[in-house]
Design a binder for this molecule. Structure first.
Ligand code: CMC
Length: 429
């Protein structure tokens, strides 16, 4: 596997040859897995330099602003494929032909309904609960409903759980919204596309026959495609780590949803729109730029910067285009929030602080604007990210479980606590 090596000189002078693996794309990787035998651990908080696994699914070149799913550039996929084709690609390694797509969509459609008892489960939540809190609970609870697909050592069970998750997460996400509004749950319509059906379950009323606007359906589908996978990010690593212990896939995806919730990850689109609303007017932008640069102010410009992209996030480019299409279709092109966003983007791209630190707009900068224009409330933004990312999580989880040498993930630490000491009787402490 390796024809290169790196030499490591240990503090005692001993020299170790460490195997170096060359990927198909990206940085070479030094194999440090045997270091423990020599009495050493590696130390890498935030996994800045650590490849946690081998994967064939998604590749990011952050310097060049490239994102590939199974080798295909994200821009081409967003242009030429729908979310079901992209889902098939992530799970199976290649794009489907017409028959393969039909069979795949039929299987997804077979699982779009949820167990009636699950609908009761919602009633246990307060109406004003954050929909991500409901998502974590309800998706985790799927393992209590679908006992016939929980054997992770059985490839047929794994596949069935994957289909169930991808199909039901859209129904559950819409149910979260309907529950918060006090509106009746809407059954899925299998003759609709995945994105159209989602908008139907979100917004249609039993009292009328309205159909989702095709421009909004296209934008929704693109949002799903652009968020479908992103290699070993925080939530995906969480899904892999949870899954490495043998936990069932519903529980693992619930763990991923919990991890996605944070504002530094999936919560950023919600935080970004709130920030744009707080800025409110173009004339207030300089004050916020100054705050973002101030080391003593915790404020950050939400929707800017990325751990991996040190260039324009390729997803942001596609999203920018969609934002304009949707605002035009909804008659909101003069929306002050959009004006603030465009001006903020312009100023930040020219400001030396942002230029030097390579802080470009990321996918969340535009997705919030689109979702808001579609009529989706801010607290649902991260839910939509979770919905779209479910196929990525399932693909990554399946890849890990089918790996014969798969081990439980168990990092070590640099312990800086007290050394061993004796417990004194309570009256002597
Ligand atoms: N506004 C102002 N300064 C920033 C920002 C920002 N948005 N992002 C990074 N910086 C500064 C940061 O203060 C640091 O400065 P210094 O070197 O002087 O200490 C430098 O840039 C490097 O930042 P970092 O925090 O060390 O970088 P990171 O890789 O740990 O963080 C990030 C990446 C995404 C958490 C961060 O850029 C951020 O908080 N951005 C805003 C939140 C956001 O938009 N998140 C969505 C990410 S895209 C969706 C996803 O994939 O999850």
């Amino acid at each position: 596997m390796s024809d290169k090596s790196a030499k490591l000189v240990l503090p005692n002078g001993e020299e170790l040859d460490l195997a170096v693996y060359s990927p198909t794309e990206g940085n070479d990787v030094i194999d440090v897995s045997q270091l423990v035998k020599n009495g050493y651990f590696t130390y890498d908080p935030g996994f800045m330099s650590t490849a946690s696994c081998e994967s064939k699914i998604t590749y990011i070149d952050g310097g060049k602003g490239i994102l590939l799913y199974r080798g295909f550039p994200i821009e081409q996929l967003a242009q030429s494929c729908d979310f079901m084709e992209v889902s098939y690609l992530l799970l199976n390694g290649d794009l489907p032909n017409v028959e393969q797509k039909k069979a795949f969509v039929d299987r997804i459609n077979n699982h779009t309904m949820v167990h009636e008892q699950l609908a009761m489960f919602f009633r246990g939540f307060r109406r004003d609960a954050h929909p991500m809190a409901i998502m974590v609970g309800v998706v985790g609870a799927l393992s209590a409903f679908y006992h016939d697909s929980l054997d992770i050592n059985n490839p047929i069970h794994r596949e069935k759980s994957g289909f169930r998750l991808i199909a039901k997460v859209s129904t559950i996400a819409a149910m979260c919204y309907r529950y918060s509004k006090g509106h009746p749950f809407v059954f899925p319509r299998n003759e609709m596309s995945y994105a159209e059906n989602f908008l139907h379950m979100m917004f249609s009323m039993p009292s009328s026959d309205s159909k989702p606007d095709p421009v909004l359906v296209k934008a929704m589908d693109r949002i799903f495609t652009l968020h479908a996978d992103h290699e070993q990010n925080c939530s995906t690593s969480t899904v892999r780590l949870a899954g490495s212990s043998g936990a069932n896939p519903f529980a693992c995806i619930a763990a991923g949803i919990a991890s996605l919730w944070g504002p530094a990850h999936g919560g950023a689109n919600e935080a970004c729109l709130k920030m744009l609303q707080e800025i409110g007017d173009v004339k207030n932008i300089p004050e916020y730029i100054a705050r973002a640069k101030d080391k003593n102010d915790p404020f950050r410009l939400m929707g800017f910067g990325h751990r991996v992209y040190k260039n324009f996030d390729p997803r942001a480019k596609v999203m920018r285009e969609s934002a304009h299409e949707v605002l035009k279709a909804t008659g909101k092109q003069d929306d002050p929030i959009l004006q603030v966003a465009m001006e903020l983007e312009k100023i930040a791209l020219e400001d030396p602080y942002f230029v030097e630190k390579k802080l470009y707009p990321n996918v969340d900068f535009y997705s919030g604007i689109i979702l808001d224009a579609i009529g989706i409330p801010t607290n649902m933004f991260t839910v939509i990210f979770a919905l779209a990312r479910t196929v990525g999580w399932v693909s990554q989880w399946s890849e890990m479980i089918s790996e014969p040498t798969q081990k439980i993930g168990r990092p070590r630490q640099l312990y800086t606590g007290l050394s061993e000491r004796d417990v004194k009787p309570i009256e002597q402490r």
